[in-house]
Design a protein around this ligand. Structure first.
Ligand code: FES
Length: 281
């Protein structure tokens, strides 16, 4: 059982939980994730700790409401409650090298995963520029990133109430492509790194490829065990089957079969929608 020391809504649909988990935090490195089960008979979901304190034994998780389980966590769990299980740290740490200039992009809550990696890259001597593109009320970690890296840019796209959510998301993608193109021209990065929905990763990769800049992506296919046993997280990279949980989550964007992953990621969308609607009734 993992006690919630603090709970705070930090933006629309984004809730911060400070959780006491000393044995997880002890070995945690930037780029690694945990698998959380909050409730009895509940779904296991992968989350990336955004920050942590090894001495005090806590880590910060930002849970974005995107389905039934995340909605249940964000509405039912309060300060003083417990997460049932937290497994981790899982996955490989992000490669900690001196690349030079790095543009690290987080779309929506992808910036949570970018934060510890970008901060660590800056600390070892890289010049890190971070970018979050999301809906206006969902901007997070702005102050923290401004302190942690060379330059942080947050772009909030207004939500058009006349349009559907997918239509609004297209505006975010279009804006992100435009800003990334401008930033690559301005910064001339040695590496681009990106975390976000896989469709957006493909859309941004297409821009980055025009400039022939190396690019890494953290992939988040559906995960179950997080230990390489179930096969749920398989992705094709460089023509080979890889498991994102044990071989990743960081991969060379130029080798990722994005189309296959986009298709696999949507397999359970109808079921996810139905589960959320039933929960809301
Ligand atoms: Fe089961 Fe990766 S989550 S193999």
């Amino acid at each position: 059982m993992y006690k919630i020391l603090e709970r705070k809504e930090i933006a629309m649909r984004n809730v911060w939980f400070k959780v006491y988990a000393p044995h997880v935090v002890k070995k945690l490195q930037p780029g690694q994730f945990v698998i959380v089960r909050a409730f009895e008979n509940g779904e296991r979901i992968p989350l990336t700790p955004v920050m942590w304190d090894k001495e005090e034994g806590w880590m910060g998780l930002v849970v974005f409401t995107r389905g039934k389980t995340t909605m249940q966590i964000n509405t039912e769990l309060k300060e003083g409650d417990y997460f049932l299980n937290i497994a981790g740290p899982l996955g490989n740490p992000a490669p900690m090298k001196k690349y030079g200039k790095i543009l690290a992009i987080g779309l929506y809550t992808g910036i949570v995963e970018v934060f510890p990696i970008a901060k660590a890259w800056q600390e070892i001597g890289n010049e890190v520029h971070t970018l979050q593109v999301t809906f206006e009320p969902m901007i997070i970690l702005k102050d923290e990133l401004e302190k942690a890296v060379s330059k942080h840019t947050a772009v909030g796209v207004p939500i058009d109430p006349e349009k559907s959510f997918p239509e609004n998301m297209k505006n975010v993608t279009a804006k992100a492509r435009e800003v990334v193109r401008d930033m690559i021209k301005e910064i001339n990065p040695d590496l681009v790194f990106m975390v976000g929905p896989v469709g957006d990763q493909k859309a941004i990769f297409e821009v980055v490829r025009e400039f022939n800049v190396p690019m890494l992506v953290d992939l988040h296919p559906i995960m179950v065990d997080g230990t390489g046993m179930c096969g749920a997280c398989r992705v094709t990279v460089g023509g080979k089957v890889r498991f994102a949980c044990v071989d990743g989550p960081t991969f060379n964007a130029y080798e990722v079969d994005f189309d296959e992953l986009i298709k696999r990621s949507s397999y359970y969308r109808d079921l996810e929608m139905r589960a959320m609607q039933e929960y809301m009734q």
